[in-house]
Design a protein around this ligand. Structure first.
Ligand code: IP8
Length: 256
């Protein structure tokens, strides 16, 4: 089984509140179908989650009562996004079902707790792909918090031991600087702890869950038992399909 995260930057236009990239998602779902691989899917929140979550500091836990309405709105918005992703998967011929992270699981001080995997496992046994996502999740200590799709990926990787974990983003992989602002940014096809520690932290991302660096951190944690963890550009036609088929494509691999 291959665990795939469709990143918020590829499935939404992050510059505009709730702008879904239907064409891109539709193509990615067809690529997944054509690969013939068995998959589990997670997706990010993009502009359906981060803008309002950041404004209301939902990632800091329950601080004020005016956060409660924001919690409800962000939860609604990411479910709206999830429904659209599930619809595109079904259209592509992949029977899928929504498993909302915040409705099925809780966190403990920011860590997602999935004690009971029965629902997910039973869907998989039936040949149905469970689709989880970055969400507002109740937290035993902080009241609530934001659980990123990357944390969901880490929990699912621990529980289901996928052969590969693939993070689909809107960039080719990791650069030593932000390629959107630095023309001479150097591409890094293999990342390890040393290389990552030399890369500057982004300060400009409107992202409550940390951007590319946090993703690389999660990838390095997930590849500890020899699993392949890969970041690939989903805005390029056919690149995800080639990767899933085991071809050599431009991407960044995390290595211990
Ligand atoms: O886009 C964030 O998930 P991510 C979830 O995977 C929310 O980091 C609600 C902002």
């Amino acid at each position: 089984m291959i665990l795939i995260k469709l990143g918020g930057s590829v499935i939404t236009d992050k510059s505009e509140y709730k702008r879904f990239r239907k064409d891109v998602v539709s193509r990615l779902c067809r690529e997944i179908k054509e690969s013939g691989k068995s998959v589990m899917i997670v997706h990010g929140a993009g502009s359906f989650g981060h803008v309002l979550a950041k404004r209301s500091e939902l990632h800091e836990g329950h601080l004020r009562n005016d956060q409660i309405n924001a919690l409800a709105i962000v939860s609604r918005d990411v479910r709206e996004l999830n429904n659209m992703v599930v619809s595109e998967l079904i259209e592509a011929g992949i029977p899928s079902v929504s498993v909302p992270t915040g409705s099925c699981f809780v966190m403990d001080d920011g860590k997602l707790i999935i004690n009971d995997t029965e629902v997910i496992s039973r869907y998989v046994e039936l040949g149905i792909v469970p689709v989880m996502f970055g969400d507002v999740v109740l937290d035993r200590r902080k009241g609530f918090g934001i659980c990123s799709g990357d944390s969901v990926m880490m929990s699912l990787a621990d529980l289901f031991s996928p052969e590969k974990a693939v993070f689909v983003s809107d960039i080719d992989g990791l650069y030593d600087r932000d390629p959107k602002t630095a023309n001479d940014a150097k591409f890094i096809s293999d990342v390890n702890e040393n290389i990552l520690s030399g890369i500057p932290t982004e300060t400009t991302v409107a992202d409550v869950t940390g951007g590319v660096r946090a993703k690389m951190r999660a990838m390095l944690d997930m590849c500890s038992d020899g699993r392949d963890c890969i970041l690939v550009n989903g805005t390029e036609d056919g690149r995800l399909l080639s990767l899933l088929k085991g071809k050599d494509v431009k991407c960044t691999r995390a290595r211990k």
